[in-house]
Design a protein around this ligand. Sequence first.
Ligand code: UDP
Length: 316
Amino acid sequence: MSPRNGRQVVLGGGGFLGSHLCDQLLARGDEVVAVDDFSTGRRANVAHLDGHQGFTLVEADISKGIPVDGEITGVFNLASPASPPDYLARALETLAVGSEGTRHGLELALAHGARFLMASTSEVYGDPEVHPQAESYWGRVNPIGPRSVYDEAKRFSEALTMAHRRTLGTNTTIVRIFNTYGPRLRPDDGRVVSNFLLQAMRHEPLTVYGDGSQTRSLCYVEDEVGGLIALFDSDLEGPVNIGNPDEYTVKELAENIIDLLGSSSSIEYRPLPTDDPTRRRPDITRARAELGWEPTTPLRVGLERTAAFLAQDAGL
Ligand code: UDP
């Protein structure tokens, strides 16, 4: 049991990360109210929680308001499109949920004396000149490029969260989430792991953007969510990086996946998206030292579990 066990509101609770967070909170004895507008989240992600006595689902767009009352212990703000194709297709909605949605979440937390956890992102570091990225790095984001709808929305969310804390005394914390993968990634999500796994299973070419020399560091979803809960349970104000520091080039990832699945797929090169960061790897010194947290799931194990999910979800 944690001193912060209670009734938790998970904004974006129908999403990939949000639904795993609902599961882990319920498993440790919390009540959970999931709020989602299902624009990018899926009902199927929380369908197994139907009828669970500690679980409530509220369908709402948090940029308009959050229709939740009663006792509240924590507010976790994971509501946002997160895959590049999703947020590029929902540019204005992404800015609205990061600004107005975050403001509503903070106001809800303040009104109920709850702790607010802001799910921010490694995207606040943009295309970084500092490697690996520590929380002290301010980032290099193009404020007018297509990706800015997500990056700047999350940077604004961080600013708003800190302003609430400083001026109103709201109990807040900020987590910077690095690339995360696992079951419940939508087959059409468009992120690298789901694309490559499905392409490899279908023996189609894996679409590597650019020359594949850009790097990412991939964290398995259950590890990631464990880090979020550890941060919520702490008194840290953050930001704290939560991610897996094992770094791979995108080309290495493609080769690993072809090998893992014994696929006959080849690699096909496609144009690199605008402002695609060239490298990314979390410095998790703070999480290790102050939360005692670090990821434990090896990439192969996580990929196998994700492949099994996607095969079933996509009917392969
Ligand atoms: N990527 C790729 N092929 C794909 C999807 C993504 O090569 O089919 C690359 C993308 O350009 C980026 C990396 O994989 O360099 C991670 O992309 P993703 O969309 O998963 O997340 P990001 O870190 O860009 O938010």
